[in-house]
Design a protein. Structure first.
Length: 570
């Protein structure tokens, strides 16, 4: 296992983790098959590798480290240790705080490796312990062929432009190219574009043909960042390669197409939803990286503060009625709905969803894929679903009067219904339903609660620092100078762990529970502003007010709150 196997064996015996009989069996195994006694004990399952790693970590005063699926090492941290050194010492840098670089290693007895790194890199090194397999996967991912960057690859191939173009044309038009020539330049470039996006926590990859260049942008934490652009002459080859991977028709360039791509990355499959649309200067492709772990969150992980979390728990506990989630595209509505269903998903409940498309498969939930091409619409799906005797129904979106009426009838006959609408705030959902042609008394009777939401970027905990509000910020928010008295507002300055001071996103919410006074306004066909005014009077907190609370709690910045709540009232 390590160069200090005798020491490890002594520890195992001394801590009564193995006995003499097991050691003797390991000796017999090693005599025939070779290796160390520790390897023999592991093979015979006398002790697990995990137990050995925890024992060694404890012995050397190190923490255990796990490469979780959503953990990304920033490019700056990876670059801190050259690939040659990382492979030689079998370790991976995982974070950098102040002047200390933390590295994950499989052999904590190898103190010489840490000393050598300290000497070579001229910085403090702290070790944490990870399994050998996870270290090997991380080395392959961050320092292997797929660990190179798009920028370095394009620089490497800059002098071989004609060769790339020729190879690209051949690769994307031959169905077996992926199997026969994995090192073909165009295949490597496309793989790098996707995997670098995954490494940088990108949610969408945008490939946009412009008049004189082929632009590539990554959406990170809701903000687009332009990255190194491939040469214009590779545009058609890259688009064709992606269409081939997504199962699209390569010969069709006139109409939009949709597809999906699966690509392995760091021991798991990345799932991408691909959209292709013809534009003036060629076909534009957007790839949404679908991460199932992002929609398997508990309610507490969505970003609700304590009082709002209690309110949501109460709403999803209603026996019937409609709960609507509203907001623009990309505001996290699907994540919220899936989190609610994940919380409610218990053996005594039957849950059915109607979605277009089904982006994430949820265990234990019956998910129905809408298919307009065969006239299997939300309306037909809803009617069929009601005959399945469900307790809870989720409709991807209420798009028309008929869908809305069936959903409302389901709510009035004892079902709890979740759905979404595209409105700017929660109260506007009421007037939107009425404007669709749904009778006001049905809306008033069936809708129990509405939640509007937006996603704001989280401040990086590693580099955030105190930032008193500026006069411009207070003016933009229409707030008095003493509004944040006693609160410590912060702003990220940017570091190797984040993207310009932000890392990840959280929600800000506007939760609107209908009461008798609101129902009366609906009966009277009041407009959205009247309903909103009354909603605030009975306790609804606006998106901006929730954002200000989270800025005061140093979760996000005032800059983000202003950006995401333009036009909202404090």
């Amino acid at each position: 296992m390590t160069g200090s196997d005798d020491f490890v064996l002594d520890l195992l015996v001394g801590r009564d983790m193995v006995d003499e009989a097991q050691v003797e069996k390991a000796r017999e195994y090693v005599a025939v098959n070779g290796g160390s006694l520790v390897d023999g004990l592991l093979f015979l399952k006398a002790v697990s590798e995990d137990d050995v790693m925890h024992m060694l970590a404890s012995e050397y005063g190190m923490d255990m480290f796990e490469f979780s699926p959503d953990f990304r090492i920033s490019p700056e941290v990876v670059a801190a240790v050259p690939g040659e050194l990382a492979r030689r010492y079998h370790l991976v840098p995982v974070m950098h705080n102040d002047n200390t670089l933390t590295v994950a290693m499989a052999d904590p007895t190898d103190l010489e490796a840490l000393d050598s790194l300290r000497y070579i890199l001229k910085t403090d090194i702290e070790g944490v312990v990870a399994s050998r397999k996870s270290i090997e996967r991380a080395l392959e991912y961050y320092y292997g062929d797929m660990g190179e960057s798009v920028e370095s690859f394009l620089q490497e191939m800059a002098g071989e432009a004609l060769d790339i173009a020729d190879a690209a044309t051949t690769d994307v038009t031959t169905e077996t190219a992926d199997e026969e020539d994995e090192e073909a330049p165009i295949i490597r470039l496309v793989s790098l574009l996707i995997l670098e996006a995954f490494r940088t926590r990108t949610s969408d990859i945008h490939l946009e043909p412009l008049e004189k260049r082929f632009r590539v942008r990554y959406r990170i934490d809701g903000v687009l960042h332009e990255v190194e652009n491939p040469p214009k002459y590779l545009q058609n080859s890259i688009i064709s390669r992606l269409k081939l991977m997504a199962g699209m028709d390569l010969s069709e360039h006139r109409v939009p197409q949709d597809g999906r791509i699966q690509i392995p990355a760091m021991g798991r499959d990345l799932d991408l939803r691909v959209s292709d649309i013809p534009t003036t200067h060629g076909e534009s492709i957007v790839m949404r990286i679908l991460d199932k772990s992002s929609v398997m969150l508990g309610i507490s992980e969505l970003g609700f503060l304590g009082d709002d979390q209690e309110t949501i728990q109460r709403i999803i506990g209603f026996p019937d009625g409609i709960f609507l989630v509203t907001g623009p595209t990309g505001s996290g509505k699907t994540t919220s709905l899936y989190s609610f269903l994940h919380t409610l998903n218990q053996p005594m409940r039957k849950i059915i969803t109607a979605e277009d498309p089904v982006e994430y498969e949820l265990s234990g939930i019956n998910q129905v894929q809408i298919n307009p091409e065969i006239e299997f619409t939300f309306v037909r799906a809803l009617r069929a679903m009601l005959r399945q005797a469900p307790n809870i129904i989720m409709v991807g979106e209420i798009r028309d009067t008929e869908t809305g009426e069936i959903a409302i009838n389901a709510a009035l006959t004892g079902h709890l219904v979740f759905s979404t609408l595209h409105t700017n705030d929660a109260p506007s959902a009421i007037t939107r339903l009425v404007d669709m042609g749904i009778k006001a008394f049905l809306v008033a009777s069936a809708v129990r609660a509405i939640m509007a939401q937006r996603l704001v970027r989280r401040l990086c905990k590693n580099c955030r620092e105190s930032h008193p509000p500026t006069e411009d910020e207070l003016e933009a928010l229409s707030l008095p100078l003493d509004y944040f008295e006693g609160a410590t507002l912060m702003k990220g300055k940017g570091c190797s762990e984040c993207s310009k001071g932000y890392k990840g996103r959280t929600g800000i919410y506007e939760i609107f529970i209908l009461d008798a006074s609101i129902q009366e306004l609906i009966f009277e066909k009041a407009d959205a502003s009247q309903i909103r005014t009354r909603a605030i009077e009975i306790g609804m907190r606006t998106l901006r007010q929730d954002g200000l609370r989270k800025a005061a709690a140093a979760i996000t910045s005032l800059e983000e709150v202003i950006r995401m709540t333009v036009g909202d009232e404090p």
